[in-house]
Design a protein around this ligand. Structure first.
Ligand SMILES: C[S@@+](CC[C@H](N)C(=O)[O-])C[C@H]1O[C@@H](n2cnc3c(N)ncnc32)[C@H](O)[C@@H]1O
Length: 303
């Protein structure tokens, strides 16, 4: 992993932990209960993998079977986990999308001429990168290789998938030295659109790697970031999350998963969705995350 990327993840984590956590109680209780159920249901004789394990705020490590591995690209994530949980688990520090290194190298090629190092005009660089991103095919090869070697019985995806897009955006901004996005909302933004399509490919490839693992899957992620100017109401579960949201005031919801419908992508790949729930996580004034928790079990029909 490149130094800028490691630094960036570090900064994101500090920002995450530094937020005002007063409104987080219900989210943390529900996240820990969901992930804790996954850890307790896991076969204790088989390896377990926790993706996006981070500093362990949401992960009840005390319930994890002995052979549980954490995975997070933030270089400090394991140290924080050790301090918080007094446990020193094996860890993988690698990019889960498998595509960030290519994205970073491509952004560098777009920003400066590789032969002279001369920086291009920022608009020309943004157009160039928008044209190059469609050729990038993020593949989680490190994750697939780990799964093939260890054959985990359960995999928990602990609030990481919704971060893939944020990290990719920050990486592009860091290479440009400023946010290269179009600020006029009336005008198209080919770079933002290209990155959204990249994110869709990255998330789909990640989910397919999990589905192909044959493990029980416990998936927790931001489904959407919602901005509202009045109290939000969450209706009964519908596969289409946009229909579950309502409220007294105007609301705007940004899809954290670039339009990937997780249950339908996983449908028909073995296993059954045994838990599906969503809740609201207030992260800032007038801003909530819509969190989705999905369990996909591979066990017999008596479940
Ligand atoms: C919202 S935090 C998850 C918090 C964690 N579940 C906990 O219990 O504290 C998201 C985590 O995903 C990690 N992350 C984001 N993008 C990643 C990527 N592409 N590969 C690996 N880890 C990533 C970040 O370093 C961060 O620790």
């Amino acid at each position: 992993m490149s130094k800028p990327l490691a630094r960036l993840l570090r900064r994101e984590q500090v920002a995450f932990l530094g937020r005002d956590r007063r409104g987080w109680g219900e989210h943390l209780d529900r996240a820990r209960a969901f992930l804790g159920e996954g850890l307790q249901a896991a076969d204790p004789d088989r390896p377990v993998l926790i993706l996006g394990a981070g500093p362990g705020l949401e992960v009840p490590w005390a319930l994890a079977p002995p052979d549980t591995t954490g995975w997070d690209a933030d270089p400090w994530s394991r140290a924080w986990t050790v301090l918080r949980h007094r446990r020193w688990p094996p860890w993988v520090f690698a990019d889960l999308t498998g595509g960030l290194a290519d994205l970073e190298a491509t952004a560098r090629r777009a920003v400066a001429e590789p032969w002279s190092g001369r920086r291009r005009d920022p608009e020309a660089a943004a157009r160039r990168l928008a044209g190059l991103i469609p050729g990038l095919k993020p593949e989680p090869t490190a994750l697939r290789a780990w799964i093939a070697e260890h054959r985990p019985g359960a995999i928990l995806s602990a609030n990481v998938m919704g971060q893939f897009g944020v990290v990719a955006e920050r990486l592009v901004e860091a290479v440009f030295g400023h946010p290269p996005w179009e600020t006029d909302l009336e005008r198209p933004d080919p770079l933002a659109e290209a990155l959204e399509a990249w994110l869709q490919r990255a998330i789909s490839a990640y989910l397919l790697a999990l589905a192909d693992s044959g493990a029980d899957l416990w998936l927790l992620h931001d489904r959407s970031v919602v901005f509202d100017d009045g109290p939000l109401v969450l209706g009964a579960w519908t596969d289409d999350w946009t229909r579950q949201l309502g409220g007294a005031g105007a609301l705007e919801a940004a899809d954290a998963l670039a339009g990937v419908a997780v249950p339908s992508l996983l449908a028909g790949r073995g296993g059954r969705v045994t838990r599906a729930e969503r809740w609201l996580w207030p992260v800032a004034p007038n801003q909530c995350h819509l969190v989705e928790a999905l369990a996909l079990r591979r066990l017999g029909p008596d479940l």
